[in-house]
Design a protein. Sequence first.
Length: 317
Amino acid sequence: MKLIEAYKIAVQAGIKNDPRPEKDVEQILKDAKETYDKLEDGKKEFFDLERLWNPYTDTRLSFGDPDTIVKKLMWGIDIGTGEMLLADRLREKGMDISAVVGHHPLGLAKSPFPEVMSMQSDMYHSAGVPINIAEGIMDKRIDEVHRSVMASNYNQSVDAARLLNIPLLSIHTPADNMVQRFLENMFKKEDPKYVGDIIDLLMTVPEYKEASKQNSPPEIIAGKKKGRAGKIVFKMTGGTSGPKEIYEKMAQAGVGTAVGMHFPDNHIDEAKKYNINIVVAGHMSSDSLGVNLIADLWEKKGVETIPFSGLIRVSRN
């Protein structure tokens, strides 16, 4: 399989499992095409052409030939210069590594990644928050995150990849969409009553079991084990943490518990203020679950995933 084919499989899986209606995701691509067509010829060279088929700005092939034949992909949660050097060292020792894949955005995917946060408005709307209120609250937070990434050394790992001549791809939101859908489907079927039941249910998932063995289990950060969970909302996708102001609106919408990979302290304080339970499922474990669901699709095509940099590899094939 070619690297571009693996990339497109991941993007299509993300679209299929996107929390938004598929027509809304398709509209993003249509809008990108319309924007590109209206550009003057002198400005088209600066347009990111991957926007024409990939709706996730935090997922990009930042270096390498897209037609590279891939057999083994080294996939980690965070990729820096050290990870690229490790991949190169393993190549020197005879390991056939076709490319490196990172989960968190880097290179071409780093600066524009806040754009994917807009999907959180739809997620909060699905939970009962009016869409105009969700969008109004989210806009300020998206701007805040955008300003923060403007200062990032976005190409550090890409420069290392270029010097070592190792293709480098990052897949973020498609994998996060996978874990969001996976957990929503599981919890809809099991319908846990108490907050403690949420922990028990998460502990049936291999990635959370393994993380627990490494002293990183799912935890209740706000609420109590015997407290009733009420309406459960998952926050596993959408770029990064949303605005703390959303908890008041979620409480008004009847949300009882929020389950996510991680939560900032100011989110926890707000959740407690409005008596919303908070369950931290785990960052590396949740990211691993989403990554694994995509790696399994590649595995069916004969491509092996070599886990490192925080990835807990579990195959479901």
